[in-house]
Design a protein around this ligand. Structure first.
Ligand SMILES: [Zn+2]
Length: 292
């Protein structure tokens, strides 16, 4: 792909304009009576309802958040009471300031806040250049932070936020609904294609394996970006990532250059499509942490 086209796609994705989303009517995937998934511009927003109002898990891209916030408020006709971030990446916190504008606290791992206070700047690789994100303004920042786990009592729900080991980032939390056997994974399970990895691939696998160990065959899995799925898909995802990484490492051990490895398309055919360009995963395997 030409560099300029690739850059255009990345920029468009980041600012939430590429997918031509409908401004008229949103569709929600109803998981149980009070838990819904809204996939908008590629990111999943999980919406939990109660008599108290709404709890929103993840707030999407900066450019998509105005539509998501106003649509969810209009459709559910309830105030937002809590906002939860699964991690600090810009496609999960971009609407924090909107969803929390009436005073709802934003809840996240302590490193989410720490990361949002510093500039995000991914190194350029194979013509792929992400915009630089400056530190976030106060209105975006988590208000309540924790280290290992946190319980939220919301309506009849007991919601467990559990921090996983560093891999995709150092602040990933999964959100567990024990009674309904539902887990919201953030990007520990991306759901579509190969993930970006802030830390190490081994770390990513370790956090994914821990997530898998917490699921059973009836668990409903809500990913960061893909369709609602299950344990079998999590296990398949782990196998596919492992195969992809071993192909990349094999080419490297044969003495291939980075250009040759990218040109060999080692991930071709492994996933139907990739939400994040596959060169990002290749970069992570070859060069290690991108934002440690
Ligand atoms: Zn992410």
């Amino acid at each position: 792909m030409k560099k300029s086209i690739l850059l255009m796609i990345i920029t468009s994705l980041i600012f939430g304009v590429i997918q031509g989303y409908s401004q008229e009517k949103a569709t929600y995937n109803k998981i149980v009576d009070n838990i819904f998934v809204f996939n908008h511009n590629g990111t999943n927003y999980t919406i939990v309802t109660s008599d108290e109002g709404l709890l929103i898990i993840d707030t999407g891209y900066p450019g998509a958040a105005t539509f998501a916030d106003s649509t969810i408020r209009a459709d559910f006709k309830l105030p937002v009471k809590y906002v939860v971030n699964t991690h600090y990446h810009y496609d999960h916190v971009g609407g924090n300031h909107l969803f929390a504008k009436n005073g709802a606290p934003i809840i996240a791992h302590k490193n989410t806040r720490k990361r949002m206070l510093i500039e995000w700047n991914m190194p350029e690789f194979q013509g792929l250049k992400y915009p630089v994100f400056p530190p976030y303004a106060d209105e975006y920042l988590p208000d309540i932070c924790f280290s290992d786990s946190l319980k939220i009592y919301f309506g009849n729900e007991t919601i467990d936020l559990i921090h996983l080991p560093p891999g995709h980032s150092d602040c990933d939390v999964i959100v567990c609904f024990k009674i309904e056997n539902i887990v919201v994974t953030g990007d520990v399970y991306l759901g579509i294609g190969f993930p970006p990895i802030d830390f190490t691939f081994d770390g990513y696998l370790a956090s994914l394996s821990l997530l898998i160990s917490m699921c059973d065959k009836n668990t409903v899995v809500i990913s960061g970006h893909g369709p609602v799925t299950n344990l079998d898909e999590l296990i398949l995802f782990r196998e596919t990532l492992t195969e992809g990484a071993s192909r990349i490492k094999k080419l490297k051990s044969e003495g291939k250059t980075i250009d040759e490895i990218v040109a060999a398309e080692p991930l071709k055919g492994l996933m139907e499509r990739s939400y994040v360009p596959e060169v990002v995963f290749i970069y992570c395997i070859l060069n290690g942490p991108i934002n440690e």
